[in-house]
Design a protein around this ligand. Structure first.
Ligand code: S3P
Length: 444
């Protein structure tokens, strides 16, 4: 699929409902499988990645029924998972495969997990290594630098062993895999992380009644003496800040009046808003309110196109904006001065090598971008439009959507090839931009 974007000739106006957060959606599905009582989930996004987690839990014994504006998931309870009758297809979804590794590590049966071409290249040693220390058997492909899918997880011949583990990188997927495996261990399982990765699992597992304690960057699951019962009445999935970021950036670059209601403002997810503020931009965070274990607010962008300046994004801010760095790079391309992104080597192992694909995308628009081992350097080009581009998204949803936003401030039509995977996180992206007044379409 191609996305075709025309330069914006008028400002963007309107209110857009952003689909449910992808990370929280995966967790609401996978954790509901473990619940002893049915869980009502409202606001789940329509992206294909969450669809993979939904299929996976039905393969493991859950049932999912439509219920008004939500779903009711009837799980198996912690100790009632059933062996799947065939391999589980995780598609493009790193979160599905890595969280399943932890969830399945302690099961008495074996499960094969596989995915698409991109997922088949992604590194899995980061989950396999700690889970193997807990006594799990997980085998995958390749003997070189890393282990890649397909993976065979289990069978375990008894409870897993407790583990006290310090993560080599800030990763919510690896942290969650270990915490899930910890539910099946006979003792305390602790994970310490070097940076503030998203903490939805900690919030949601505690909400379900898991024996979980957080102390700074260290999280512990303590199963001794626990009744092994997880239950809650339901989860509300807030709007996805990582999807909202594309429309926020579009409104900043083009100007207008845009409101995005109910966006998750968990501090582990708002690095992009902090980066925009540091660049001199302004996004109003209106009416913050609780939504179960999370906090949401409306994001409002108003006024003329905003004047931005370059900044350095590194350390904790890079962790807190890791999925938004491609769209922040587009803002940097329109800023005065230079933007440096560092401490972001994790970009190299996302759905594509996002250091290279972000730089290639910006260069297609005539912007100077230098790749570094742990990030990139963008020379802003704030005067005049960008050069209209033909971009290859390399099957990466976030590169395709970032390029579409850049196309709004280019000097002619922009064509983005290989954009099908926008459907993994935000199938309605082009329609949402169009609803705000942009001229954007999709063709086969
Ligand atoms: C995610 C964690 C992050 C993020 C990904 C979703 C999650 O990955 O980039 O899009 O839902 O746990 P890592 O765990 O690899 O940092």
């Amino acid at each position: 699929m191609k996305l075709i974007v025309e330069p914006a000739t008028r400002t963007l106006t309107g209110t857009v409902t952003i689909p449910g957060d992808k990370s929280i959606g995966h967790r609401s599905l996978l954790f509901s499988l473990l619940s002893a009582t049915p869980v009502r989930v409202v606001g789940l996004g329509d992206g294909a990645d969450n669809g993979r987690s939904a299929k996976a839990i039905t393969a493991l014994g859950a049932s999912i029924a439509k219920d008004g504006d939500g779903l009711v998931i009837t799980g198996t309870g912690l100790d009632g998972l059933v062996p799947p009758t065939s391999r589980i297809d995780c598609g493009n979804s790193g979160t599905t495969i890595r969280l399943l590794c932890g969830l399945l590590a302690g099961q008495r049966f074996a499960t094969t997990l596989f995915g698409d071409e991109s997922l088949s290249k992604r590194p899995m040693r980061r989950v396999i290594e700690p889970l193997a220390r807990m006594g799990a058997t997980i085998t995958g492909q390749g003997s070189g630098l890393d282990v890649t899918p397909p993976l065979v997880v289990g069978p375990a011949d008894g409870p897993l062993k407790p583990l006290d583990y310090t993560l080599p990188m800030a990763s919510a997927q690896v942290k969650t895999a270990i915490l899930l495996a910890g539910l099946f261990a006979d003792g305390d399982t602790s994970v310490t992380e070097p940076g503030p990765s998203r903490d939805h699992s900690e919030r949601m597992l505690a909400y379900l009644g898991a024996p979980l304690a957080v102390e700074g960057r260290r999280t512990t699951i303590a199963t001794r003496g626990w009744n092994r019962r997880l239950a809650c009445d339901g989860f509300t999935v807030p709007a996805d800040p990582s999807s909202a970021a594309f429309l926020v950036a579009a409104a900043i670059l083009v100007g207008g009046e845009v409101r995005l209601p109910g966006v998750c403002i968990n501090p582990t997810r708002t690095g992009f808003l902090d980066a925009i503020t540091a660049m001199g931009g302004h996004v109003a965070i209106v009416d913050p309110r609780a939504a179960g274990p999370e906090t949401v607010a409306d994001l409002v962008i108003s006024g003329a196109p905003q004047r931005l300046h370059g900044i350095t994004i590194g350390g904790d801010l890079a962790v807190r904006s890791i999925d938004e760095l491609p769209i922040l790079a587009v803002l940097a391309a329109r800023a005065h001065g230079t933007t440096v992104v560092r401490d972001a080597e994790e970009l190299r192992v996302k759905e594509s090598d996002r250091v290279e694909t972000t730089c290639a995308m910006l260069r297609a628009f005539g912007v100077t971008c230098e790749a570094r081992e742990d990030g990139f350097v963008v020379e802003g080009r704030p005067e005049g439009p960008l050069s209209a581009a033909r971009v290859h998204a390399d099957g990466d949803h976030r590169i395709a959507m970032a390029a579409a936003v850049a196309g709004l401030v280019a000097d002619g039509q922009t064509v983005i090839d290989d954009a099908d995977n926008v459907a993994t996180s935000y199938p309605g992206f082009a329609a949402a931009l169009a609803a705000l007044g942009a001229v954007v379409g999709a063709t086969a």
